[in-house]
Structures are given as C-alpha cells and as structure tokens.
Design a protein around this ligand. Structure first.
Ligand SMILES: Nc1ncnc2c1ncn2[C@@H]1O[C@H](COP(=O)(O)OP(=O)(O)OP(=O)(O)O)[C@@H](O)[C@H]1O
Ligand SMILES: [Mg+2]
Length: 277
C-alpha cells in the first residue's frame, strides 16, 4: 500500500451550530456537532456510522466548506497538514478532495451530466478525461449516451452512479462519501465499495459516512460511531466484530448522552461499563 498512515484529514474539536429563531423573534444558537475529532489516514477507509439526524452530513459539509450561511463552525481541520479554510478549499474541492453528496440535487439541473463528470479542464485534457469517463461509466454500468442527458432525465440510481463517477474521476487524496450506496442494486453497491478499497490501496483516504453499521463493519478499517453530534473514539472494525456491538452501541448511546460535551469513550471502555448503564 502506497502512502499509508500519513494523515490526509485531521479534524480537531469541530463544532457546528446554527443560529435559528426559537419562539417569535428569539434568536438562539443550536449546536448540532459537538467537539468532534477524527483523523483519516492515507490508505484507509474510516466509516462514520450513526443514526438519522445525528449530524453526519453536517460533518461532511463542514469538511467540504459548503455549510449554509447561518452555520457557525469552530475547531480546526487540516488536509495533508495544510489548514483547511475557504481559500484552500476552493482549490482542493473537486480536485484533491472529492465529494459524493447524499442528495442527487447537487447535480446542476441545467448542465448535461457528461460535462459535470468531466469538470472544468483545458482542451488538451478534455480528450483524456472523456476517455476516463467512458471507463468509469462502464464500471458503473452507465451507457456512454448518459453523458448527453440532463439530470432530470436520470433515474435516482443513475443519478447516484453519476455522482460516484464524478468523484472517482480525479486522483483525489481524500474522498468524502456521504451515504453513497442507498438506491443502488446490491452488485453496484458492492462495486462502489470495491472501488473505494482500490483507491485506498493507491493511497487515498476515504471518509465513508453511513447509517448502515453492517456496511461499515464490512468495509472500513476504522469506525467512528456518531451519536447526537458526538463521536465515539474511532476503533478498528475488528474491535466491533469481537464484541456484541449492537447491544453495546445502544449502551454507548445512553453513556454518551450522560457525558459532558466533547468527552469521548472508546469501544473497549464500553466493555468496562457497569451493567445497566
Ligand atoms: N441548515 C440547517 N439549519 C438548521 N439545522 C440543520 C441544518 N442542516 C441540518 N440541520 C440539523 O442538524 C441535524 C443533523 O443533520 P444531518 O443532515 O447532518 O443528519 P444526518 O446524520 O446526515 O442524517 P441522515 O442519516 O438522515 O442523512 C438535524 O437535526 C438537522 O435538522
Ligand atoms: Mg445525511
């Protein structure tokens, strides 16, 4: 494995809050992600697994710098040792950092999908990227003619495969995949995950966001269980296989709930918890 173990993404104490109107004109700040720390190394797939509404997409959007204007982000994020801020993200997004969004609404409705997958490039690069798109489309069982369609002409599963195709076109160092497989038939879901493993073997770091802990267990090198905007200490997938994780994740939820914000626990701590926690 090339480039293994160098951190590609380092998140420290990330909090995301929104200013919203509570009652009438009372403005209040609601914190959705609380002091989250996480590292993704080159050559590994780190899964963030958590229930709906736990803040997984907010984490992805914070990394990509695409949170809405009423979001307040604190903490630090680094990409290959370089501080991530608005200016650096502008250069990295879609190049060294690829994103597979959860929603297909991220496709531009007014642009043919081929142009979106190829992305902005010089005339000289265009031929090479068209060729690459053909290969990627074939891998995801998309006809070449799909490139000439507009997003509204795609089925949900096709749109999802187009989003995945766009993300694997570049030799990105980091892929942030927010629920990449729902809606895909099983063979294509497996192919997608196999593709992530190949990219990791080439040195890419993959942050795989999923509500499906079984999928995370099959695919990831390390798993961080996300609950209510907080993260359980990331642990090797094998640690979950060695334990009755379903019960323990339930235990962990109540345990995490009872802890002050920002305090993390490890999978091995769960085993040491007193019964009835
Ligand atoms: N723009 C926003 N303004 C206010 N609250 C928001 C905003 N976006 C998300 N939230 C809230 O933040 C919380 C986490 O949302 P998020 O989309 O990250 O959940 P998720 O874990 O990705 O869920 P799912 O598995 O359903 O995709 C939710 O309670 C949601 O309502
Ligand atoms: Mg989500």
């Amino acid at each position: 494995m090339k480039g293994q173990k160098e951190p590609v993404l380092t998140i420290r104490d990330l909090s995301v809050s929104f200013t919203m109107y509570d009652r009438g004109l009372n403005r209040r700040e609601f914190e959705m992600v609380h002091q989250l720390s996480l590292t993704v190394n080159a050559g590994e797939i780190v899964a963030v697994a958590g229930s709906s509404g736990s803040g997984k997409s907010l984490l992805a959007h914070a990394v990509l710098g695409i949170l809405p204007g009423n979001a307040r982000v604190t903490g630090t994020m680094e990409f290959c040792g370089q501080r991530l801020d608005e200016a650096s993200l502008k250069k990295l997004r879609g190049q060294e950092i690829s994103f597979i969004p959860q929603s297909v609404k991220y496709l531009d409705p007014l642009m043919k999908v081929g142009r979106q997958v190829i992305g902005p490039c010089s005339r000289r690069e265009k031929k090479e990227r068209q060729e690459k798109m053909k290969q990627v489309f074939a891998r995801y069982q998309l006809e070449e003619s799909v490139a000439n369609l507009y997003p509204y002409q795609l089925s949900g599963g096709m749109a999802r495969r187009v989003l995945i195709s766009g993300a694997v076109m570049n030799s990105a160092k980091l892929i942030v995949a927010d629920e990449p497989t729902p809606g895909l038939q099983e063979s294509l879901a497996r192919e997608t995950l196999h593709n992530f493993r190949e990219l990791a073997e080439e040195g890419c770091g993959v942050l795989l966001i999923t509500h499906d802990i079984d999928l995370a267990l099959q695919m990831a090198d390390r798993i961080a269980v996300f609950y209510d905007g907080r993260v359980l200490e990331p642990a090797p997938a094998a640690d979950f296989l060695n334990t009755n994780w379903k019960e323990e994740v339930e235990l962990c939820k109540s345990f995490t709930k009872s802890r002050p914000f920002g305090q993390r626990i490890s999978v091995s701590d769960i085993g040491r918890m007193p019964l009835g926690y």
